[in-house]
Design a binder for this molecule. Structure first.
Ligand code: MV4
Length: 505
């Protein structure tokens, strides 16, 4: 049984902090790594030790396998947690960690590899009795093969990269006339993105939901499914809002999808936390899409409705301990919603924004969870993704959760950088979202009505500044209240803004 006392957290931001917290609750020490851009990040201070791993560009820091393995060795770590993104689904990283005599907190390199090859994954799933979308069993080598395969499946078809995932190298083909150029485009994009140009074909499903099943597997051969997450609200293959459970999944459907997901995990000898993505067609049929062999961004909604700490279970499994969850007793309780608060400007086509977080008011109160990795004074740069935090709420019903999310979104204040906050509020207010009437085309279709009426910062700044000045004047003319002992109160950001504006700077 592997003894683990110290874990290297090979990641940054909110997920590094999330993993460090789990380590501490499990009685383990945690070692952070950080690039030059992340010197002042909360995850660095939360850890028991922190190792600098190089310059800001990820290729020279968070993606450098040799540096991460060396950091783990130098600090006498026993295990490495990869988080999500970066090296989390790179088989060579899992191999390098194991070769260095450390535990990789995740599945085997072989399982990562099998699921990374989309045709191999489809083959294995079919063998395990998991429904897959009708499609090719081999890569299509040229236009001739592509035409024959598309004719067999019937249009519309999707060209997908064999090494793909995340929508890269994917092309929708509605009729034969479009096939040749789509084949060229998909091949070129796949080659550029993955260094492998092979593509294959699938029948295109119209307006499905994206539903995924969380699984956990231990080294005693037990696989447990923790129900579904509804992840249909996406933009350019970036999820923005996730919830659990899905309004479209009935208990019998949940049972069938969970059984499929558990077979899928069993088929590759899976270990730890993983996710099976499905497309749920309007007909009610579901199809395997891909397996994510890592912890996912949206794992907290599952944690809240199942009362399970997925990261602590990952750590336990890696230590050779049995899962603490039992398939027979699992029932979703209530409803959870997650909004990804990103430094992106919805009014400007969701362009990633950069800048310093000058002021941050974090929502709280009953049923509210904030998984963040940024604090006041931190700079959001273009080196990494634009996630500021995940705001997650729980309620007894979907309606209560929705109201709670609105309340929490109103409590949130972020000054210094544009964010998706107001956009999320508009989604919460949208009747279609409220009815649960969503599929993967929701954001595209709802786009315009979700974007209207955003007050511009140019309008808000002087208004806020005037409000701050008036408040200061009111305070000055009021009788002086007794001053509490303790640190001096910091001047308001708005007051500073007002003074700056007043002197024309
Ligand atoms: C599909 C599909 C429809 N039919 N496959 C997008 C990313 C990659 N994981 C697979 N994707 C899709 N595959 C078939 N046969 C539609 C998508 C898709 C999608 C899937 C999930 C969530 C959002 C999406 C947005 C566009 C397309």
């Amino acid at each position: 049984m592997p003894t683990i006392k110290r874990v290297l957290v090979a990641n940054r931001g909110e997920i590094a902090l999330r993993v460090i917290r789990a380590c501490h609750e499990e009685g383990l020490t945690a070692v952070a790594v950080y690039s030059e851009a992340d010197r002042l990040s909360p995850h660095v201070r939360a850890a028991d030790m922190a190792v600098p791993i190089g310059p800001a560009p990820a290729a020279e820091s968070y993606l450098d396998i040799a540096k991460l393995v060396a950091a783990a060795r130098d600090t006498q770590c026993d295990a490495v947690h990869p988080g999500y993104g970066f090296l989390s689904e790179r088989a060579p990283f899992a191999e390098a960690v194991v070769e260095a005599g450390l535990v990789f907190i995740g599945p085997s390199a072989a399982a990562i590899r099998a699921m990374g090859d989309k045709i191999e994954a489809r083959r294995r799933m079919q063998q395990a009795g998991v429904p897959v979308v009708p499609g090719s069993t081999r890569a299509v080598a040229d236009h001739v093969q592509a035409r024959a395969e598309a004719a067999r499946l019937g249009y519309p078809v999707l060209l997908k990269a064999v090494a793909g995932g995340g929508g890269k190298g994917m092309r929708l083909v509605r009729e034969e006339a479009e096939l040749d150029s789509a084949f060229e485009a998909a091949t070129g994009e796949a080659l550029k993105a993955f260094g492998a140009g092979e593509v294959y074909l699938e029948k295109y499903l119209e307006r499905p939901r994206h539903i995924e099943i969380q699984i956990l597997a231990d080294s005693f051969g037990r696989v447990v499914a923790l129900g579904e997450r509804e992840c249909s609200i996406q933009r350019r293959h970036q999820k923005l809002i996730e919830e659990a459970p899905s309004v479209a999944v009935t208990p019998p459907l949940r049972r069938r999808m969970s059984e499929s997901a558990a077979s899928a995990a069993g088929a590759v000898g899976y270990l730890g936390a993983g996710t099976i993505e499905f497309l749920l067609a309007p007909s009610g049929e579901f199809y395997f899409l891909e397996m994510n062999t890592r912890l996912q961004v949206e794992h907290p909604v599952t944690e809240l409705v199942y009362g399970v700490d997925i990261v602590r279970e990952q750590l336990r499994v890696a230590m050779g301990q049995p899962l603490r969850v039992h398939a027979g007793t699992l029932q979703p309780r209530g409803h959870a919603i997650e909004c990804r608060i990103t430094a992106e400007d919805p009014a400007n086509d969701f362009m990633p924004a950069t800048g310093v977080v000058q002021y941050l008011r974090i929502p709280g109160g009953p049923g509210v969870r904030w998984d963040g990795g940024v604090e006041e004074g931190n700079e959001i740069t273009t080196y990494y993704d634009s996630l500021i935090a995940k705001l997650i709420v729980w309620g007894e019903t979907r309606g209560v959760a929705l109201e709670r999310m609105r309340r929490a979104l109103r409590e949130l204040a972020i000054v210094g950088i544009p964010s998706s906050q107001a956009f999320h509020l508009r989604v919460m207010d949208d009747p279609e979202f409220q009815r649960g009437d969503i599929d993967i085309t929701y954001l595209e279709r709802a786009g315009a009505r979700l974007l209207v009426g955003e007050p511009s910062p140019e309008l808000l700044r002087p208004l806020a500044a005037v409000a701050a000045l008036l408040a200061e004047q009111a305070a000055a003319s009021a009788p002086t209240p007794p001053q509490p002992a303790g640190p001096t109160v910091r001047p308001s950001v708005w007051l500073a803004t007002a003074r700056r504006e007043a002197i024309g700077q």
